[in-house]
Design a protein around this ligand. Sequence first.
Ligand code: ATP
Length: 270
Amino acid sequence: MIHFEDVSKSYPGSAPAVQGFSLEVPSHQTVVLVGSSGSGKTTLLRMVNRMVDPTGGRVLIDDQDVRDVDPVLLRRSIGYVLQNGGLLPHRTVLDNIATVPMLNGTPRSQARTDALGLLERVGLSSTLAKRYPAELSGGQQQRVGVARALAADPNILLMDEPFGAVDPIVRRELQEELLRLQADLGKTILFVTHDIDEAFLLGDQVVVLREHGRIAQQGTPEEILAQPADDFVKNFIGANQAQRTLSIKHVAGQDIAVDGNGKPVGVFRP
Ligand SMILES: Nc1ncnc2c1ncn2[C@@H]1O[C@H](COP(=O)(O)OP(=O)(O)OP(=O)(O)O)[C@@H](O)[C@H]1O
């Protein structure tokens, strides 16, 4: 479990990026931080692996203050996926995936065999293993980024807008892939996005942030949709938009769901 305990972060010379943020991320769940640009999402995520140290409060992993853990070892024990994949450009795909396990002491040949298995796990052919990141599509790079983050078999995965830079179709594929992987692996995932649909799709819990990392609402996607806490959340989730306001139309003995524009979106099944 990750526990943010009343954390704050002020960068010198600017308004606080995060103020008094508390949250529990239960083990084996996906918690999504969603908010607009500058709300402090990345700052919060990076507090977990100590790329940012809070100026107030603390972050605990399984009751241990991360400040008491060597940052290098901490980072090797936590998977981290970034928007651009964050791959090392001068290393092959295979080496990108095998690097951290080797740093952790896994013999080279074992790390490379494991890396091939991980490529398959994220839906990539092993024929890509010898390529360099620049020789891959954006979606393939993101999959390698996920494989690399999984390589040390971490309990925790931090994902910072990991699918933000790919086109909508590939994005959807990557989201589905992550759902499949998570059903298999049951990692503790802290995921950052500004896309509420992505948050609702992937999150067991969703945390809607205002500016300065203030929590506007936290709950399951269903809870937030059913009862947005205030106008800010209503606007953020587009509660009044046509796509969210479904109703039932009876056609030929069937119940059809239609959106606020009257467009059919599905059929109800008993
Ligand atoms: N290294 C830094 N030095 C100074 N200010 C920073 C630094 N990093 C972030 N900030 C500021 O802290 C605030 C929160 O930034 P952060 O990147 O955490 O937000 P975010 O919600 O992840 O935004 P985005 O969606 O645009 O990535 C912003 O006002 C930002 O300008």
